[in-house]
Write a protein that binds this ligand. Structure first.
Ligand code: HEM
Length: 408
């Protein structure tokens, strides 16, 4: 297998220069360690073979869809209506927030009406995809590949089921847009519409195949579900632990919208809510590491020579906790962003002090969508309920663990 150089950037001082000024290390997919059939099957589950080229060819497509959260509003009442009573007066925040976010993204992705049964089927298969992709020892030591024959078989089965479940939705939307106008309830725009005729330079067949469409839609759904819902759960936890934050937020909502429901236009006017969401993403970035970046040309970093193909991981949580750039970084304090006490450009253009969405040209294309969903759902949840810990719990456990929210 040989060796691989890996650099972890955990200080706020390095990302700006290297993600903006030199453009290196850029995010291109690092070479796969997975050999043979396992490699083909697992990579097709999660990413397209052509997601890598520098310049992010999908950026425009993503932005078009993701910065226009038009369909989201009607779904937000879901969180309120569908917070099942798990134990008396106890709400499972993560489970419900995750499913609500998933439904929003499903609608944005396919733009077709779906029965509850269909929604659950897609949810189920995408959960299976995530679990099937968890790292295995043969990812790192391919010599053990033969020992994982059954797991490889399982990967192929899950891939087949993923195609069988998602392709019919794609086909339904395809025929819907061919007869647009015949169904007045059909949304005029869905993410998948932007992919049907996507032209990709340097490929024999220039538009994505059906299987690639399945993969791209799965990425859309996977990329936004865990991240957004995890942030919402941390947010509700913080509101419970720091009731003064909950009171301030509630007062701001009341003074901004009175008795009507908060909508996404209101968010712009709500300074405290925006500060709360920003602090949430600083203190609890949903992904601790960005996606792996790789060096495309030899460069230098912090005075060290870095060879081509080096993997570079950005430790987002470490950057947010850097005491050389933040006052009391371990404290959760939304007020730090009020009255220009401290500031941070979340896009990283003016400098990097936090990077929950990454920065530079491979920044999360749904930064706007993600923050809107977090702010709006938290605001609606606070508007509707007074959040507190269950009666038998004195203090909330804020220790962290690594897992997909879909495991709940
Ligand atoms: C709080 C919400 C979110 C957070 C914290 C987040 C975070 C991230 C991060 C850290 C990256 C990697 C950036 C890099 O490696 O430089 C990323 C990429 C990505 N995100 Fe998000 N994300 C969020 C919401 C969403 C949503 C709602 C979607 C889609 C509906 C989405 C889709 C994607 C995709 C497709 C990529 C890969 C882009 C590429 O390959 O260039 N994300 N996100």
């Amino acid at each position: 297998m040989g060796s691989r150089t890996l650099i972890i950037v955990a200080s706020a001082h390095w990302p700006t220069k290297h993600l903006f000024k030199t453009g290196r290390p850029s995010r291109t997919d690092p070479p796969s360690t997975r050999p043979g059939p396992s490699s083909a099957a697992t990579s097709s589950l999660s990413t397209l073979p052509f997601t890598a080229p520098p310049g992010a060819p999908f950026a425009a497509t993503w932005s078009k869809t993701c910065f226009a959260p038009a369909e989201s509003r009607s779904f937000l009442s879901y969180v309120i209506q569908d917070t099942h009573e798990y134990k008396k007066n106890t709400v499972r925040v993560l489970k419900n927030a995750r499913f609500a976010v998933f439904c929003i993204l499903l609608s944005m992705c396919f733009g077709v009406p779906m029965s509850d049964e269909e929604i659950e089927k897609v949810d189920d298969i995408l959960k299976k995809v995530l679990v099937t992709l968890l790292p295995r020892i043969d990812d790192f030591l391919p010599m053990f590949g033969m020992l994982f024959f059954n797991q490889r078989k399982r990967v192929m089965e899950v891939r087949r089921a993923q195609i069988q479940t998602i392709l019919p939705l794609i086909e339904r939307r395809r025929s819907m847009i061919q007869n647009l106008g015949s169904d007045e309830s059909a949304p005029s725009f869905a993410y998948i519409d932007t992919l049907f005729d996507l032209k990709l330079e340097g490929r024999k067949s220039s538009t994505p195949s059906d299987e690639e469409l399945v993969t791209l839609c799965s990425e859309f759904l996977d990329g936004g579900t865990d991240t957004t819902s995890t942030a919402i759960e941390w947010g509700i936890g913080r509101l419970i632990q720091q009731p003064e934050c909950q009171s301030k937020l509630f007062e701001e909502i009341k003074s901004t919208v009175g008795d009507r429901k908060v909508n996404e236009k209101d968010i712009e006017k709500m300074e405290y809510l925006n500060a709360f969401t920003k602090e949430l993403l600083r203190k609890h970035p949903p992904t601790y590491f960005l996606l792996t970046h790789a060096v495309t040309r030899p460069t230098t970093l912090a005075g060290y020579d870095v060879p081509e193909h080096t993997n570079v991981e950005f430790f987002s949580a470490g950057i947010s906790d850097d005491s050389t750039v933040w006052v009391d970084p371990m404290e959760f304090n939304p007020d730090r962003f009020l009255s220009d006490k401290e500031d941070a450009d979340i896009t990283g253009v003016k400098g990097v002090k936090m990077m929950p969405f990454g920065v530079g040209r491979r920044i999360c294309p749904c930064l706007g969508l993600g923050t809107t969903h977090i702010s709006l759902m938290i605001a609606r949840m606070v508007q509707e309920f007074d959040w507190s810990a269950p009666p038998n719990v004195r203090t909330l456990d804020f220790s962290e663990k690594l897992e997909f929210s879909s495991q709940w």
